[in-house]
Design a binder for this molecule. Structure first.
Ligand SMILES: [Zn+2]
Length: 297
């Protein structure tokens, strides 16, 4: 089966087991979670019993640990070092997040590279490498995945070349990979309809083996809009066929594909219906109605 799943929520009471139960409900075999709210850095202790329960459930349901991804909160920023306290906090927090992942047995941590704010982009890209060099340790068993960004505001990591610049500055190169996001690619100006051209360039400059995760999202906005507003699969300006091509791409067969599409009416998770549509390989024009119907049962 194609490696497909979605973002799920992690709660301190249910821990990793809660995440696994949620993805089983959606029919996925991969998942991504934040260890707390994505917009803050408050984090609770980890209950090992819930992790053991999670691993048992995963084995029963053929969910491989390599297909589980953690996402760092998006308010940490390694791109700007003008405020040393803030920069050091980001370094410390990401390090702690890696330790939390290692406790959970999770191998991948997705990180938004950062924002330049008022600093020069070239300088800011170096700040990211500098921060990662402080964070990464020789004995780390996990990999940080730098996410490709839409280019909203002063976001960094919006072109292959910017990712290359960051990677070049990193000492422990094998501990850093890349997470693609189809909405971000589209919004940054890369045509997902021509995904093979993008992969070719990526392979030449970075190497496809560095891709550890793909966020599959449609986009509410036009190509190159730099907005970063996700849309449900097939309902945006990338379209169902182009996204299906990414999901079933033979060169990304082992890579977890994760949906981060919006809840319908802010209430109903769309993932079960979207995963079904992806597995059926057939666009469901009534998807939104079906999600509401199912959600309100
Ligand atoms: Zn992200």
């Amino acid at each position: 089966m194609v490696v497909i799943g979605s973002h799920v929520s992690y709660k301190n009471e249910s821990g990793l087991a809660g995440c696994v139960k949620e993805i089983i409900k959606y029919g996925g075999n991969a998942f991504m979670f934040y260890t707390g709210a994505p917009q803050n850095t408050k984090r609770g202790p980890i209950d090992d019993m819930r992790t053991i329960e999670a691993l048992e459930l995963m084995e029963k349901n053929q969910i491989a640990l390599e297909h589980v991804v953690c996402h760092a909160p998006y308010i940490v920023n390694l791109g700007n070092d003008s405020d040393k306290d803030k920069y050091d906090f980001s370094v410390r927090f990401i390090r702690e997040e890696m330790d939390r992942c290692e406790t959970l047995g999770v191998r991948y941590l997705v990180l938004h590279p950062g924002n330049a704010l008022k600093q020069e982009r070239a300088f800011a890209l170096q700040n990211i490498a500098k921060g990662l060099n402080k964070i990464l340790r020789e004995d780390d068993e996990m990999v940080i995945l730098l996410e490709t960004m839409a280019g909203k505001g002063t976001e960094l990591g919006i072109t292959i070349d910017e990712i290359v610049t960051i990677l070049e500055g990193i000492n422990l190169k094998e501990k850093v990979g890349v997470c693609l996001d189809t909405c971000h690619l589209h919004d940054s100006g890369i045509d997902v309809q021509k995904f093979d051209d993008y992969l070719k360039e990526f392979d030449e400059k970075i190497g496809l083996h560095k891709i550890g995760c793909v966020h599959v999202n449609d986009s509410k906005n036009v190509l190159g809009s730099h907005k970063d507003r996700h849309e449900n699969i097939g309902f945006g300006l990338i379209g169902f066929d182009a996204l299906l091509h990414v999901i079933y791409h033979e060169k990304l067969a082992c890579v977890p594909k994760i949906l981060e599409t919006p809840y319908v009416d802010r209430l109903y998770a769309p993932y079960k219906q979207e995963i079904k549509m992806i597995l059926d390989k057939k666009f469901n024009e009534h998807l939104i109605e079906d999600i509401i119907k199912e959600g309100s049962l």
